[in-house]
Design a protein around this ligand. Structure first.
Ligand SMILES: [Zn+2]
Length: 452
């Protein structure tokens, strides 16, 4: 077994290069929303990096953006699946960035670049952990890297990739992308699942072309029609009015409640960071986390209609559209939700609203007492102190095929994620020290998991 002091010495010696190489990966504008050509250079660069450690590097494709796969044989009998993604979110609004999003900058001990937190730090930290262990000896477990290329656009072909290549992905445990890793008090956090997602666009067309608004007295308004439909879906307190929407929602178990009781809701710090006046439903402090996890949502992500330019334009728009996302909790299913939405619109006189389906992902839950979960909890405790355990995270990832279909126990470990990372927003950043600790933690987890 390679000692932690040998690992730490190696990592310390190569800290500057590790940070520079992470920045190099972050200089690729791998925005999956911009199509195949946008993400290929980052994938090629990563394939090259992984090829230094194994000749088993390949791309896995199932009709969407290709994932990168690499297997590195290890000394022990166990196999570990490592899930990350190399694609990133778009950068708009560009004018709010203090430095160009794909020219990684270092400020106050932080690295600033689109994708540095979500999820290129995980991708690169695991490659650097592999380099560290390989240089000091051997990989203790067989590592199966799966670096996805379309996580930020809903992982549309991920389930098919997972099913088609089940043999390559099978493992005794899975380390997912790390997500939120520290709360505001700096306590490490672990999660064992995620919420699901149903994304739709609603489209309304009531006229063949825009009209002078003088005709609003006699012509129907697409904008009002859509707004009426939106208003029928939910109220301000996130009570969703779609019949049957809550039918498959599970209640928290006693274990869930015990785990959630140790989580700090951080309401005041969130208020300062985000700037809301009151939380939805104005929950008591001890109810905030349960509401955050177990209350499914219907969110308006955007509404488009008519004129919003300078000055006035008296127009009756012919069309209107909105994009909605629903965060789903176990055991809701995105297909069901879209069907229920269609039925709701038809029953409430909004049959002219067309639904265009976007991505859908099922929620996922894994056992917080699995072997990989216990290993991660122990290693995190040693390095960062007692971890706060979340039943699942409020956000969404394509975990369901791995956790439920392939049956691999899965943990979202500690990485670089902090509340002020600004993921998906301008000036996305991480602390460089967190990056180096992530490399060290990966080495510890693999060593301990491989020793069994
Ligand atoms: Zn991510």
């Amino acid at each position: 077994m390679i000692s932690t002091s040998a690992v730490d010495a190696y990592v310390e010696k190569h800290t500057r290069r590790f940070v520079d190489e992470l920045k190099e990966l972050c200089s690729f504008p791998s925005i999956s929303n911009h199509g195949h050509a946008a993400i290929q250079p980052a994938r090629d660069w990563l394939a090259d990096r992984l090829a230094r450690f194994t000749d088993r590097v390949e791309t896995l494709e199932a009709g969407g953006m290709p994932a990168l796969y690499a297997e590195v044989k290890g000394a022990g009998r166990r196999k570990l699946l490592l899930y990350e993604h190399y694609d990133v979110q778009p950068v708009d609004p560009l004018d709010l960035w203090q430095s160009p999003p794909f020219e990684p900058a270092e400020r106050d001990g932080r690295i600033v670049a689109r994708g540095v937190a979500d999820d290129k730090a995980d991708v690169m930290a695991r490659i650097h952990a592999l380099e560290t262990l390989k240089n000091l000896g051997e990989a203790p477990v067989t590592l199966r890297f799966l670096v996805e290329g379309e996580e930020e656009i809903g992982s549309r072909s991920f389930a098919k990739i997972a099913h088609d290549h089940a043999d390559k992905l099978k493992a005794d445990g899975c380390l997912w992308e790390s997500g939120t890793s520290f709360d505001d008090a700096g306590r490490p956090t672990l999660q064992f699942g995620c919420r699901g997602l149903a994304y739709v666009q609603l489209r309304v067309k009531r006229l063949d072309f825009d009209q002078h608004s003088g005709f609003a007295s006699i012509y129907p308004s697409a904008a009002m029609y859509l707004i009426g439909a939106l208003a029928s879906l939910r109220d301000q307190d996130m009570n969703i009015k779609i019949d049957g929407f809550y039918d498959r929602v599970v209640k928290p178990t006693e274990t869930d409640r015990r785990m959630m009781a140790t989580i700090d809701p951080e309401t005041e710090k969130r208020r300062k960071l985000v700037g809301f006046d009151k939380l939805v439903r104005d929950p008591k402090p001890e109810q905030v986390i349960e509401q955050m996890l177990f209350l499914p949502t219907c969110n308006i992500a955007g509404v488009t209609t008519g004129y919003q330019g300078p000055g006035s334009k008296t127009v009756l728009p012919a069309e209107a559209s909105a994009k909605l996302d629903f965060r789903l909790i176990p055991n809701q299913d995105p297909d069901d939700v879209v069907e229920l939405l269609r039925r709701h619109l038809d029953r409430h006189g909004f049959e002219k609203v067309e639904i265009v389906r976007g991505e859908g992902e099922k929620p996922a839950r894994s056992d917080p007492s699995s072997a990989i979960a216990r290993t991660v909890i122990d290693c995190v405790r040693d390095m960062h102190g007692e971890p706060v355990l979340w039943p699942f995270m409020p956000a969404t990832g394509p975990m369901h095929p791995v956790v439920s279909d392939l049956g691999i126990p899965t943990v979202l470990p500690v990485g670089v994620g902090r509340p002020d990372n600004r993921i998906h927003a301008p000036n996305e950043n991480i602390r460089a020290a967190d990056y180096i600790n992530t490399v060290r933690l990966n080495c510890r987890i693999w060593e301990r998991f491989g020793a069994a």
